[in-house]
Write a protein that binds this ligand. Structure first.
Ligand SMILES: NC(=O)C1=CN([C@@H]2O[C@H](COP(=O)(O)OP(=O)(O)OC[C@H]3O[C@@H](n4cnc5c(N)ncnc54)[C@H](O)[C@@H]3O)[C@@H](O)[C@H]2O)C=CC1
Ligand SMILES: O=C(O)[C@@H]1CCC=N1
Length: 270
C-alpha cells in the first residue's frame, strides 16, 4: 500500500522530525521516499544530514510531487502555506494535517475534493510509542484511512475518533508528553533532594513512569486497583499519595488538559 509512495512534509520542525525518525526506524519508508520542506535552510541541512532524506525549500514543488503530503507547520502559518501550495496538490494525494485546532472544514475549503485526514499525534512517535487520534475528511475513502492508520500504527497506538473530540485529544495526549516530562523532571529533582545522584534519579523517575504506564496498558486493570497494590496499609506510598491529594495534583492535571483543549479550540478559530 505504501510501497514506493512519495511522502512529503511541509514544515520540518520538531513534530515532522519525530515522525520522520519514527517511520524510518519502523522501516515503513526508505529515506529516498521522504522529502521535507521548510523555510529554514539550516533545518533542511540538518534533516538531510541526520536522516539522509530529500529536502527542498520549494513548498509548491514538494506539494505537487507528493503522494502523501503532511502538513506540519504551526497553526499560525497554515493558511499562508495552503494558499501557496493548494493549486499544486493533486486530487489523488492523501493530505494528512497534524496542525492543532485546524479543522477538516478549513482543510477542505483550501483543498476542494482532496482526501484529507486530520490527526493529532504526539512526540513519542519518534521512539515508536506515539499516541495518535485520526479523523477522516469527506473525500477520504477506506484506502485513505488505511494509509493514515498504517503510518501512525507503525510509530505507536492509534484511535479513530470523530473530529469533534480532537481538541480534547490535543489537551490529553497531544500535549501530554509535556506534562509527563515536567513530572519526570520534578521526580528526578526530588530524588536528588532525597540524596540520590542525578543520573540515577532521572533513570529511576523515567523508568517508574514507563513501568506504571505499561502495567495499565498490559494488564487492562483500573489504575486505582494497581495503585492499591503498591499501597501498604500505614506504609510509605499512602504517605506520599496523601501529599499529592492535599496539593490537588489530580485537579491540577485535570485543569491542564482542559486549558490545552481550550487553547486548541481557540487556535482553530484563527
Ligand atoms: N510538537 C508537538 O508535540 C505536536 C505538534 N503538533 C502540531 O504540529 C505542527 C508543528 O509543530 P512543531 O513541529 O512542534 O513546530 P516547529 O516550530 O518545531 O516546526 C514548524 C516548522 O515549520 C517551519 N515553517 C514555518 N513557516 C513555514 C512555511 N511557510 N513553509 C514551510 N515551513 C515553514 C518552521 O521553520 C519550523 O521548522 C503544529 O501545527 C502543531 O500544532 C501536533 C501534535 C504534537
Ligand atoms: O503545543 C502545541 O501547540 C502542540 C500541539 C500539541 C502538542 N504540541
Amino acid at each position: 500500500m505504501l510501497q514506493n509512495k512519495k511522502i512529503s512534509f511541509l514544515g520540518g520542525g520538531a513534530m515532522a522530525e519525530a515522525l520522520i525518525r519514527g517511520i524510518l526506524k519502523a522501516g515503513l519508508f526508505k529515506p529516498e521516499q521522504v522529502t521535507a520542506n521548510d523555510i529554514s535552510q539550516e533545518r533542511l541541512h540538518y534533516l538531510a544530514d541526520r536522516y539522509q532524506i530529500r529536502t527542498s525549500p520549494e513548498g509548491a514543488a514538494v506539494a505537487a510531487e507528493a503522494e502523501i503530503l503532511f502538513l506540519t507547520v504551526k497553526p499560525q502559518v497554515i493558511n499562508q502555506v495552503l494558499k501557496h501550495v493548494a493549486s499544486k496538490v493533486r486530487k489523488e494525494t492523501t493530505v494528512i494535517s497534524i496542525v492543532a485546532g485546524f479543522t477538516i472544514a478549513a482543510l477542505e475549503e483550501a483543498l476542494p475534493q482532496v482526501p484529507v485526514v486530520r490527526v493529532m499525534p504526539n512526540t513519542p512517535v519518534a521512539v515508536g510509542e506515539g499516541m495518535s487520534a485520526i479523523a477522516l475528511g469527506t473525500f477520504a475513502d477506506a484506502g485513505t484511512g488505511e494509509i493514515a492508520s498504517a503510518i501512525f500504527s507503525s510509530v505507536g497506538q492509534v484511535v479513530n475518533l470523530p473530529e469533534s473530540l480532537l481538541d480534547a485529544v490535543t489537551g490529553l495526549s497531544g500535549s501530554g508528553p509535556g506534562y509527563a516530562f515536567v513530572m519526570i523532571d520534578a521526580l528526578a529533582d526530588a530524588g536528588v533532594r532525597a540524596g540520590l545522584p542525578r543520573a540515577q534519579a532521572l533513570l529511576l523517575s523515567a523508568q517508574t513512569l514507563l513501568g506504571a504506564a505499561k502495567m495499565v496498558i498490559e494488564t487492562g486493570e483500573h489504575p486505582g486497583k494497581l495503585r492499591d497494590m503498591v499501597t501498604s496499609p500505614g506504609g510509605t506510598t499512602i504517605a506520599g499519595i496523601h501529599v499529592l491529594e492535599q496539593r490537588g495534583v489530580r485537579a491540577a492535571l485535570s485543569d491542564a488538559v482542559i486549558a490545552a483543549a481550550n487553547r486548541s479550540r481557540e487556535l482553530g478559530k484563527k
